[in-house]
Design a protein around this ligand. Sequence first.
Ligand code: 13P
Ligand code: SF4
Length: 390
Amino acid sequence: MTTTETLDVQPTPLALLLLGRESDPRSERGVDCPGDLPAPSDPNLVERARAAKARLGSKVFILGHHYQRDEVIEFADVTGDSFKLARDAAARPEAEFIVFCGVHFMAESADILTSERQQVILPDLAAGCSMADMASAEQVAECWDVLADAGVAEVTVPVSYMNSSADIKAFTGRHGGTICTSSNAERALEWAFAKGEKVLFLPDQHLGRNTAVGDLGMSLEDCVVYNPHKPGGGLTVEQLRAAKMILWRGHCSVHGRFSLESVQDVRDRIPGVNVLVHPECKHEVVSAADYVGSTEHIIQRLAEAPAGSAWALGTELNLVRRLAKAHPDKQIVFLDKTVCFCSTMNRIDLPHLVWTLESLADGKLVNRIQVDAETEHFAKLALEQMLALP
Ligand code: 13P
Ligand code: SF4
Protein backbone atom coordinates (compact mmCIF):
# COMPACT_ATOMS: atom_id res chain seq x y z
CA MET A 1 0.00 0.00 0.00
CA THR A 2 1.15 3.55 -0.72
CA THR A 3 0.97 6.49 1.63
CA THR A 4 1.41 10.12 0.76
CA GLU A 5 3.10 12.65 3.01
CA THR A 6 0.61 15.46 2.56
CA LEU A 7 -2.62 13.51 2.80
CA ASP A 8 -4.54 11.88 5.57
CA VAL A 9 -7.66 10.58 3.92
CA GLN A 10 -9.48 7.29 4.12
CA PRO A 11 -9.82 5.04 1.06
CA THR A 12 -13.03 5.90 -0.72
CA PRO A 13 -15.33 3.61 -2.68
CA LEU A 14 -16.09 6.41 -5.16
CA ALA A 15 -15.37 5.46 -8.74
CA LEU A 16 -14.47 9.02 -9.61
CA LEU A 17 -12.98 11.55 -7.25
CA LEU A 18 -13.31 15.27 -7.51
CA LEU A 19 -10.07 16.48 -9.00
CA GLY A 20 -8.16 18.70 -6.63
CA ARG A 21 -10.17 17.58 -3.63
CA GLU A 22 -9.55 14.00 -2.62
CA SER A 23 -7.26 11.05 -2.86
CA ASP A 24 -7.53 7.29 -2.71
CA PRO A 25 -4.12 6.03 -1.58
CA ARG A 26 -5.13 2.39 -2.27
CA SER A 27 -5.54 2.96 -5.97
CA GLU A 28 -4.19 4.98 -8.85
CA ARG A 29 -6.94 7.57 -8.33
CA GLY A 30 -6.82 10.81 -6.43
CA VAL A 31 -5.33 14.24 -6.30
CA ASP A 32 -4.59 16.95 -3.81
CA CYS A 33 -2.30 19.87 -4.32
CA PRO A 34 -2.33 21.91 -1.13
CA GLY A 35 -1.50 25.55 -1.82
CA ASP A 36 -2.00 27.45 -5.04
CA LEU A 37 -1.27 26.00 -8.44
CA PRO A 38 -0.06 28.66 -10.85
CA ALA A 39 -2.53 29.42 -13.64
CA PRO A 40 -1.77 27.55 -16.90
CA SER A 41 -1.85 30.92 -18.67
CA ASP A 42 0.89 32.40 -16.45
CA PRO A 43 3.39 33.72 -19.02
CA ASN A 44 6.23 33.25 -16.52
CA LEU A 45 5.78 29.52 -15.99
CA VAL A 46 8.83 28.47 -17.99
CA GLU A 47 10.98 31.05 -16.20
CA ARG A 48 9.61 29.95 -12.81
CA ALA A 49 10.32 26.27 -13.57
CA ARG A 50 13.88 27.13 -14.61
CA ALA A 51 14.47 29.27 -11.52
CA ALA A 52 13.08 26.67 -9.09
CA LYS A 53 15.10 23.89 -10.73
CA ALA A 54 18.24 26.04 -10.48
CA ARG A 55 17.54 26.73 -6.79
CA LEU A 56 17.33 22.99 -6.15
CA GLY A 57 20.48 22.22 -8.16
CA SER A 58 21.80 18.68 -7.82
CA LYS A 59 19.29 17.91 -5.06
CA VAL A 60 16.63 17.28 -7.70
CA PHE A 61 16.53 14.77 -10.54
CA ILE A 62 13.60 14.94 -12.95
CA LEU A 63 12.50 11.82 -14.83
CA GLY A 64 10.15 12.18 -17.82
CA HIS A 65 8.25 9.29 -19.41
CA HIS A 66 8.01 9.45 -23.21
CA TYR A 67 4.25 10.01 -23.02
CA GLN A 68 4.58 13.29 -21.12
CA ARG A 69 3.70 16.68 -22.60
CA ASP A 70 6.42 18.68 -24.41
CA GLU A 71 6.24 21.43 -21.77
CA VAL A 72 7.21 18.87 -19.11
CA ILE A 73 9.75 16.90 -21.16
CA GLU A 74 11.64 20.18 -21.61
CA PHE A 75 12.58 20.06 -17.91
CA ALA A 76 13.38 16.34 -17.66
CA ASP A 77 16.99 15.38 -16.86
CA VAL A 78 16.35 12.03 -18.52
CA THR A 79 13.53 10.65 -20.64
CA GLY A 80 12.68 7.01 -21.19
CA ASP A 81 10.16 4.22 -21.14
CA SER A 82 9.22 2.66 -17.84
CA PHE A 83 12.14 0.19 -17.90
CA LYS A 84 14.79 2.82 -18.60
CA LEU A 85 13.36 5.22 -16.03
CA ALA A 86 13.32 2.50 -13.33
CA ARG A 87 17.01 1.91 -13.99
CA ASP A 88 17.80 5.63 -14.16
CA ALA A 89 16.07 6.28 -10.82
CA ALA A 90 18.09 3.48 -9.19
CA ALA A 91 21.33 4.88 -10.61
CA ARG A 92 21.03 8.35 -8.99
CA PRO A 93 21.75 7.84 -5.27
CA GLU A 94 22.97 11.43 -4.83
CA ALA A 95 19.67 13.14 -5.70
CA GLU A 96 17.53 13.89 -2.65
CA PHE A 97 14.35 14.48 -4.66
CA ILE A 98 13.31 12.33 -7.61
CA VAL A 99 10.49 14.19 -9.37
CA PHE A 100 8.72 11.56 -11.47
CA CYS A 101 6.88 12.97 -14.46
CA GLY A 102 4.95 9.85 -15.34
CA VAL A 103 2.22 7.94 -13.55
CA HIS A 104 1.70 6.64 -10.03
CA PHE A 105 2.95 3.06 -10.47
CA MET A 106 6.20 4.37 -11.98
CA ALA A 107 6.77 6.65 -8.98
CA GLU A 108 6.11 3.71 -6.65
CA SER A 109 8.70 1.62 -8.50
CA ALA A 110 11.19 4.49 -8.28
CA ASP A 111 10.58 4.72 -4.52
CA ILE A 112 11.18 0.98 -4.17
CA LEU A 113 14.42 1.13 -6.16
CA THR A 114 15.88 4.25 -4.55
CA SER A 115 17.47 4.61 -1.12
CA GLU A 116 15.73 5.51 2.18
CA ARG A 117 17.25 8.98 2.00
CA GLN A 118 15.62 9.78 -1.34
CA GLN A 119 12.09 11.09 -1.75
CA VAL A 120 10.06 10.36 -4.86
CA ILE A 121 7.50 12.97 -5.86
CA LEU A 122 4.62 12.73 -8.35
CA PRO A 123 3.63 16.29 -9.39
CA ASP A 124 -0.09 15.42 -9.62
CA LEU A 125 -1.50 12.55 -7.57
CA ALA A 126 -4.29 12.15 -10.12
CA ALA A 127 -1.74 10.81 -12.58
CA GLY A 128 -2.70 7.17 -12.15
CA CYS A 129 -3.09 4.36 -14.66
CA SER A 130 -6.43 2.74 -15.47
CA MET A 131 -4.69 -0.52 -16.39
CA ALA A 132 -2.89 -0.76 -13.04
CA ASP A 133 -6.25 -0.23 -11.32
CA MET A 134 -7.68 -3.28 -13.11
CA ALA A 135 -5.88 -5.65 -10.71
CA SER A 136 -6.31 -5.09 -6.97
CA ALA A 137 -4.39 -7.01 -4.28
CA GLU A 138 -7.62 -8.66 -3.07
CA GLN A 139 -8.58 -9.83 -6.56
CA VAL A 140 -5.13 -11.25 -7.22
CA ALA A 141 -5.03 -13.08 -3.87
CA GLU A 142 -8.41 -14.60 -4.74
CA CYS A 143 -7.11 -15.66 -8.15
CA TRP A 144 -4.15 -17.41 -6.51
CA ASP A 145 -6.61 -19.32 -4.30
CA VAL A 146 -8.49 -20.37 -7.44
CA LEU A 147 -5.22 -21.64 -8.96
CA ALA A 148 -4.39 -23.47 -5.71
CA ASP A 149 -7.82 -25.14 -5.67
CA ALA A 150 -7.26 -26.27 -9.26
CA GLY A 151 -3.88 -27.71 -8.15
CA VAL A 152 -1.84 -25.49 -10.47
CA ALA A 153 -0.52 -22.72 -8.19
CA GLU A 154 2.65 -24.67 -7.42
CA VAL A 155 3.66 -24.85 -11.07
CA THR A 156 2.62 -21.28 -11.90
CA VAL A 157 5.06 -18.35 -11.96
CA PRO A 158 3.58 -14.83 -11.74
CA VAL A 159 4.93 -12.31 -14.25
CA SER A 160 3.61 -8.80 -13.66
CA TYR A 161 3.88 -5.90 -16.01
CA MET A 162 5.55 -2.81 -14.59
CA ASN A 163 2.15 -1.13 -15.04
CA SER A 164 0.77 -2.50 -11.77
CA SER A 165 0.51 -1.29 -8.19
CA ALA A 166 3.25 -1.94 -5.61
CA ASP A 167 0.86 -4.44 -3.97
CA ILE A 168 0.79 -6.55 -7.14
CA LYS A 169 4.55 -6.32 -7.48
CA ALA A 170 4.85 -7.53 -3.87
CA PHE A 171 2.50 -10.45 -4.61
CA THR A 172 4.77 -11.31 -7.54
CA GLY A 173 7.89 -11.21 -5.36
CA ARG A 174 6.25 -13.31 -2.63
CA HIS A 175 5.46 -16.03 -5.16
CA GLY A 176 8.89 -16.13 -6.81
CA GLY A 177 7.95 -14.22 -9.96
CA THR A 178 9.32 -11.28 -11.87
CA ILE A 179 8.26 -7.88 -13.14
CA CYS A 180 8.57 -7.13 -16.84
CA THR A 181 8.15 -4.15 -19.12
CA SER A 182 7.30 -4.06 -22.80
CA SER A 183 11.08 -3.99 -23.49
CA ASN A 184 11.85 -7.26 -21.76
CA ALA A 185 8.58 -9.24 -21.67
CA GLU A 186 9.99 -11.98 -23.93
CA ARG A 187 13.02 -12.54 -21.69
CA ALA A 188 10.79 -12.47 -18.60
CA LEU A 189 8.52 -15.17 -20.03
CA GLU A 190 11.47 -17.33 -21.08
CA TRP A 191 12.85 -17.05 -17.56
CA ALA A 192 9.46 -17.92 -16.04
CA PHE A 193 8.89 -20.95 -18.27
CA ALA A 194 12.33 -22.27 -17.37
CA LYS A 195 11.16 -22.16 -13.75
CA GLY A 196 7.55 -23.36 -13.97
CA GLU A 197 4.94 -24.83 -16.28
CA LYS A 198 2.50 -21.93 -16.38
CA VAL A 199 2.56 -18.15 -16.14
CA LEU A 200 -0.01 -15.92 -14.47
CA PHE A 201 0.44 -12.68 -16.45
CA LEU A 202 -0.81 -9.48 -14.77
CA PRO A 203 -2.52 -7.12 -15.55
CA ASP A 204 -2.26 -6.54 -19.34
CA GLN A 205 -3.77 -9.43 -21.26
CA HIS A 206 -2.58 -7.98 -24.58
CA LEU A 207 1.11 -7.71 -23.72
CA GLY A 208 0.94 -11.24 -22.27
CA ARG A 209 -0.79 -12.71 -25.32
CA ASN A 210 1.30 -10.83 -27.88
CA THR A 211 4.54 -11.92 -26.24
CA ALA A 212 3.50 -15.55 -25.73
CA VAL A 213 2.16 -15.97 -29.25
CA GLY A 214 4.33 -13.51 -31.20
CA ASP A 215 7.69 -14.11 -29.50
CA LEU A 216 7.49 -17.52 -27.82
CA GLY A 217 5.53 -19.24 -30.59
CA MET A 218 2.61 -20.39 -28.45
CA SER A 219 -0.88 -20.74 -29.88
CA LEU A 220 -3.89 -18.65 -28.90
CA GLU A 221 -5.35 -21.84 -27.39
CA ASP A 222 -2.46 -21.95 -24.91
CA CYS A 223 -3.83 -18.72 -23.40
CA VAL A 224 -6.89 -18.28 -21.19
CA VAL A 225 -8.26 -15.03 -19.76
CA TYR A 226 -8.95 -14.81 -16.02
CA ASN A 227 -11.84 -12.41 -15.37
CA PRO A 228 -11.63 -11.13 -11.77
CA HIS A 229 -15.31 -10.15 -11.89
CA LYS A 230 -16.51 -13.72 -12.41
CA PRO A 231 -16.47 -16.60 -9.91
CA GLY A 232 -13.38 -18.72 -10.47
CA GLY A 233 -12.21 -16.14 -13.01
CA GLY A 234 -14.86 -17.49 -15.40
CA LEU A 235 -12.68 -20.55 -16.08
CA THR A 236 -13.14 -24.24 -15.42
CA VAL A 237 -10.55 -26.32 -13.57
CA GLU A 238 -9.86 -28.14 -16.87
CA GLN A 239 -9.21 -24.87 -18.68
CA LEU A 240 -6.78 -23.76 -15.96
CA ARG A 241 -4.96 -27.08 -16.06
CA ALA A 242 -4.65 -27.06 -19.85
CA ALA A 243 -3.49 -23.43 -20.18
CA LYS A 244 0.11 -22.29 -20.33
CA MET A 245 -0.60 -18.57 -20.09
CA ILE A 246 -3.24 -17.37 -17.63
CA LEU A 247 -3.85 -13.79 -18.70
CA TRP A 248 -5.41 -11.26 -16.34
CA ARG A 249 -8.33 -9.44 -17.92
CA GLY A 250 -6.77 -5.96 -18.01
CA HIS A 251 -5.90 -3.58 -20.82
CA CYS A 252 -4.57 -0.11 -21.58
CA SER A 253 -7.31 2.39 -22.35
CA VAL A 254 -5.03 4.18 -24.82
CA HIS A 255 -3.43 1.32 -26.77
CA GLY A 256 -6.62 -0.78 -26.53
CA ARG A 257 -8.37 1.80 -28.74
CA PHE A 258 -6.51 0.93 -31.92
CA SER A 259 -8.51 -1.41 -34.14
CA LEU A 260 -8.08 -3.55 -37.21
CA GLU A 261 -10.07 -0.90 -39.11
CA SER A 262 -7.53 1.79 -38.14
CA VAL A 263 -4.77 -0.38 -39.67
CA GLN A 264 -6.76 -1.03 -42.86
CA ASP A 265 -7.77 2.60 -43.12
CA VAL A 266 -4.22 3.96 -42.85
CA ARG A 267 -3.00 1.45 -45.45
CA ASP A 268 -5.69 2.75 -47.83
CA ARG A 269 -4.80 6.39 -47.11
CA ILE A 270 -1.00 6.04 -47.29
CA PRO A 271 0.20 3.38 -49.76
CA GLY A 272 3.43 1.73 -48.61
CA VAL A 273 3.03 2.92 -45.01
CA ASN A 274 4.82 0.94 -42.27
CA VAL A 275 2.50 0.20 -39.36
CA LEU A 276 4.39 0.08 -36.05
CA VAL A 277 2.47 -0.58 -32.83
CA HIS A 278 3.07 -1.03 -29.11
CA PRO A 279 2.50 -4.57 -27.71
CA GLU A 280 -0.26 -3.23 -25.42
CA CYS A 281 -2.44 -3.14 -28.56
CA LYS A 282 -4.94 -5.95 -29.23
CA HIS A 283 -3.58 -9.15 -30.78
CA GLU A 284 -5.50 -8.61 -34.04
CA VAL A 285 -3.92 -5.14 -34.39
CA VAL A 286 -0.42 -6.44 -33.65
CA SER A 287 -0.94 -9.28 -36.15
CA ALA A 288 -2.03 -6.84 -38.86
CA ALA A 289 0.86 -4.42 -38.17
CA ASP A 290 4.27 -4.63 -39.84
CA TYR A 291 6.24 -4.18 -36.63
CA VAL A 292 5.62 -4.31 -32.91
CA GLY A 293 7.81 -2.92 -30.15
CA SER A 294 8.11 -1.09 -26.86
CA THR A 295 8.24 2.67 -26.65
CA GLU A 296 12.06 2.70 -26.77
CA HIS A 297 11.96 0.28 -29.71
CA ILE A 298 9.57 2.58 -31.60
CA ILE A 299 11.87 5.56 -31.05
CA GLN A 300 14.90 3.57 -32.17
CA ARG A 301 13.23 2.20 -35.30
CA LEU A 302 12.11 5.66 -36.37
CA ALA A 303 15.63 7.01 -35.87
CA GLU A 304 16.99 4.28 -38.18
CA ALA A 305 14.25 4.52 -40.83
CA PRO A 306 15.26 5.86 -44.25
CA ALA A 307 14.30 9.40 -45.26
CA GLY A 308 11.07 9.46 -47.26
CA SER A 309 9.57 6.42 -45.51
CA ALA A 310 6.03 6.59 -44.11
CA TRP A 311 5.03 5.37 -40.65
CA ALA A 312 1.73 4.98 -38.82
CA LEU A 313 2.31 4.64 -35.08
CA GLY A 314 0.00 2.87 -32.65
CA THR A 315 1.08 4.45 -29.40
CA GLU A 316 0.48 7.55 -27.26
CA LEU A 317 -0.07 10.82 -29.10
CA ASN A 318 2.41 13.09 -27.25
CA LEU A 319 5.20 10.73 -28.32
CA VAL A 320 3.92 10.39 -31.89
CA ARG A 321 3.79 14.19 -32.29
CA ARG A 322 7.32 14.61 -30.90
CA LEU A 323 8.65 11.92 -33.24
CA ALA A 324 6.95 13.57 -36.21
CA LYS A 325 8.61 16.87 -35.27
CA ALA A 326 12.02 15.24 -34.73
CA HIS A 327 11.98 13.51 -38.15
CA PRO A 328 10.67 16.02 -40.71
CA ASP A 329 12.26 13.88 -43.47
CA LYS A 330 9.81 11.03 -42.76
CA GLN A 331 6.03 10.92 -42.87
CA ILE A 332 4.88 9.99 -39.35
CA VAL A 333 1.18 9.78 -38.56
CA PHE A 334 -0.97 8.62 -35.67
CA LEU A 335 -2.60 5.26 -36.37
CA ASP A 336 -6.07 6.30 -35.24
CA LYS A 337 -8.09 9.14 -36.73
CA THR A 338 -9.28 10.42 -33.36
CA VAL A 339 -7.10 12.11 -30.76
CA CYS A 340 -5.75 9.73 -28.14
CA PHE A 341 -3.58 11.12 -25.36
CA CYS A 342 -3.18 9.19 -22.14
CA SER A 343 -5.34 11.46 -20.01
CA THR A 344 -3.63 10.56 -16.75
CA MET A 345 -0.10 11.02 -18.15
CA ASN A 346 -1.34 14.40 -19.37
CA ARG A 347 -2.32 15.45 -15.85
CA ILE A 348 1.30 16.34 -15.23
CA ASP A 349 1.52 19.80 -16.76
CA LEU A 350 3.74 22.82 -16.30
CA PRO A 351 1.66 24.36 -13.47
CA HIS A 352 1.96 21.13 -11.44
CA LEU A 353 5.68 20.89 -12.18
CA VAL A 354 6.27 24.53 -11.18
CA TRP A 355 4.22 24.06 -7.99
CA THR A 356 6.24 20.93 -7.14
CA LEU A 357 9.66 22.46 -7.79
CA GLU A 358 8.86 25.74 -6.00
CA SER A 359 7.45 23.84 -3.00
CA LEU A 360 10.58 21.68 -2.76
CA ALA A 361 12.86 24.71 -3.16
CA ASP A 362 10.94 26.39 -0.30
CA GLY A 363 11.56 23.34 1.90
CA LYS A 364 8.01 21.95 1.60
CA LEU A 365 7.77 18.26 0.70
CA VAL A 366 4.68 17.66 -1.42
CA ASN A 367 3.06 14.65 -3.11
CA ARG A 368 5.61 12.17 -1.82
CA ILE A 369 5.01 8.60 -2.97
CA GLN A 370 6.13 6.17 -0.31
CA VAL A 371 5.62 2.44 -0.34
CA ASP A 372 5.41 0.76 3.08
CA ALA A 373 8.36 -1.37 4.19
CA GLU A 374 6.79 -4.83 3.85
CA THR A 375 5.33 -4.17 0.42
CA GLU A 376 8.62 -2.63 -0.64
CA HIS A 377 10.60 -5.66 0.49
CA PHE A 378 8.65 -8.15 -1.64
CA ALA A 379 8.08 -5.79 -4.58
CA LYS A 380 11.83 -5.17 -4.67
CA LEU A 381 12.50 -8.90 -5.01
CA ALA A 382 10.38 -8.95 -8.16
CA LEU A 383 11.83 -5.71 -9.54
CA GLU A 384 15.40 -6.83 -8.90
CA GLN A 385 14.62 -10.12 -10.61
CA MET A 386 13.59 -8.09 -13.65
CA LEU A 387 16.78 -6.02 -13.56
CA ALA A 388 18.78 -9.28 -13.38
CA LEU A 389 17.03 -10.93 -16.36
CA PRO A 390 19.58 -12.25 -18.87
P1 13P B 1 6.55 1.40 -21.78
O1 13P B 1 7.00 2.66 -21.13
O2 13P B 1 7.13 0.19 -21.09
O3 13P B 1 6.69 1.35 -23.25
O4 13P B 1 4.97 1.27 -21.45
C1 13P B 1 4.06 2.04 -22.10
C2 13P B 1 3.06 2.55 -21.18
O5 13P B 1 1.90 2.39 -21.39
C3 13P B 1 3.49 3.28 -20.03
O6 13P B 1 2.42 3.58 -19.26
FE1 SF4 C 1 -1.74 3.29 -18.19
FE2 SF4 C 1 -2.06 3.04 -20.83
FE3 SF4 C 1 -1.75 5.46 -19.78
FE4 SF4 C 1 0.30 3.74 -19.87
S1 SF4 C 1 -0.72 4.68 -21.61
S2 SF4 C 1 -0.32 5.02 -18.13
S3 SF4 C 1 -0.77 1.79 -19.54
S4 SF4 C 1 -3.48 4.04 -19.40
